[in-house]
Design a protein. Structure first.
Length: 202
């Protein structure tokens, strides 16, 4: 259903499709909130709603979709804090929350997504420090947190991400020195830390 002219809201009856494995409505004109009944679609492996005009907070019921591998929510108008229940999605390999209006801190529970390979959370309004728990995602190849209001230092635990290829943390309020452990990131091909308040020697 991608790339059509669908408008309006998703009906609550969508939850009755309990055997559906792939649901994608990207690049339409859908509005409103995600219905809580989406949590009944427990066979879903791919949930893709990017490129619409969805708004409101993500329902906590998303945490019931424990088979989901791909969760793409980007380029909408979602807001509020991320539900800690997202940590239940331990099969996720790709999580994209970018280009929304999310606020609050990044939940430590995201670190439970240990199979996650790509985490895009840039261009939101996240604040607080980068939780060290997310570095339990040791399969990460992409960590994109730029254009938020993140504070504190870049954690030394970053050095544990042996497969990391991309780090984007520019446009935040990070401080301190860059951790020496970054020297362990031998797979790294892209690093952007500009427009922060880092100090010290390089």
């Amino acid at each position: 259903m991608d790339g059509n002219g669908f408008a309006g809201t998703l009906p609550t009856e969508i939850g009755a499709m309990s055997n559906l494995q792939f649901f994608s409505v990207r690049n339409n004109a859908l509005t409103g909130t995600l219905p809580t009944s989406i949590g009944q679609m427990t066979m879903l492996q791919h949930l893709v709603v990017d490129g619409n005009r969805f708004s409101g907070a993500l329902p906590t019921e998303l945490g019931q979709l424990t088979r989901v591998e791909t969760l793409f929510m980007y380029d909408n108008q979602f807001n509020g804090t991320l539900p800690t229940e997202l940590g239940n999605l331990t099969a996720v390999t790709g999580l994209s929350l970018r280009m929304n209006d999310f606020t609050g801190t990044i939940p430590t529970e995201l670190g439970l997504m240990t199979t996650c390979q790509q985490l895009w959370a840039h261009t939101n309004n996240f604040n607080g420090s980068i939780p060290t728990e997310i570095f339990a995602m040791t399969d990460l190849t992409v960590l994109s947190l730029y254009n938020n209001s993140l504070t504190g230092t870049l954690p030394s635990q970053l050095g544990a991400l042996a497969f990391l290829e991309t780090i984007s943390v520019e446009g935040n309020d990070l401080v301190g020195t860059l951790p020496t452990e970054m020297g362990q990131l031998t797979a790294l091909t892209y690093l952007d830390v500009q427009t922060n308040s880092f100090t010290g020697t390089f």
